[in-house]
Design a protein around this ligand. Structure first.
Ligand SMILES: N[C@@H](CCC(=O)N[C@@H](CS)C(=O)NCC(=O)O)C(=O)O
Length: 229
């Protein structure tokens, strides 16, 4: 099977081989078209591994049934299965794939000083930023948030946004410099989504970064990016 691959696919095809037969072992991405599993899809394109990942769209009803609970007891999507390895949580899936296909250059290497900032962004998006958006979505009263802010992951709205604006202002053109990483794709998707649904304000500071991201082939055809100017 590897013989039929293009030469630029060979490096990651070798990584995908995990048995002695030389056959490429497919991964499975359990997702739903209305879920945040969609964040992973452009990244599969960027890594050029769409043909190595079987998309399994499951309904919200199926997620709570025994067959899927045996894979992910959280009853949530997305979930990536790579042989016996099961990975849940969007940034964990993204980081796993970026490392597995490290030759594609979407994650700084373990000894690259940029690795720290890369991890910081992945965890910032999944932690404080997502927590903030969830809380806003639930219409939690501002005075309750204020009284609990020391225990909240995002803490204070102004500081959460200051951190984000500072990072976006320093992007040149990507968060870590000239190379686009998995963190850029994750942040861009979240920002465009959150701004479209007015879960966060429309930041001027985000414009150059999002315009840059919008040019990427993997993000073409996604409604929120298409609508972004
Ligand atoms: N912390 C998880 C959250 C996953 C999540 O909330 N997925 C939703 C769809 S966006 C889900 O599967 N909901 C199904 C349910 O709760 O029944 C992640 O970031 O991957």
């Amino acid at each position: 099977m590897t013989e039929s691959l293009r030469s630029d696919e060979l490096s990651y095809a070798k990584v995908a081989q995990n048995n002695n037969s030389g056959a490429i072992t497919m991964m499975q991405l359990y997702t739903n078209p209305q879920s945040r599993g969609n964040i992973i899809l452009p990244f599969l394109k960027e890594l050029k591994i769409e043909d190595q990942v079987e998309l399994i769209n499951i309904s919200y009803e199926e997620m709570h049934q025994a067959t899927y609970l045996a894979i992910n007891p959280m009853a949530k999507v997305p979930c990536l299965k790579d042989g016996d390895i099961v990975i849940t949580e969007v940034p964990a899936i993204i980081a796993y794939l970026a490392d597995k296909y490290i030759q594609q250059d979407f994650a700084p290497a373990l000894n690259d000083p940029k690795r720290g900032a890369y991890l910081k962004w992945l965890f910032y998006i999944h932690g404080p930023l997502t927590e903030y958006m969830d809380i806003k979505n639930l219409n939690v009263a501002d005075d309750l948030i204020e009284s609990k802010k020391m225990g909240l992951s995002f803490g204070d709205e102004q500081r959460l946004f200051q951190f984000l604006k500072q990072g976006l202002s320093q992007a040149n053109p990507y968060l870590l410099g000239e190379k686009c990483t998995a963190a850029d794709l994750y942040l861009a998707y979240w920002l465009v989504y959150a701004m479209s649904f007015k879960l966060i304000p429309y930041f001027e500071e985000a414009k150059p970064f999002l315009r840059q991201m919008k040019t990427r082939a993997s993000l073409q055809g996604i409604a929120w990016f298409d609508a972004f100017e």
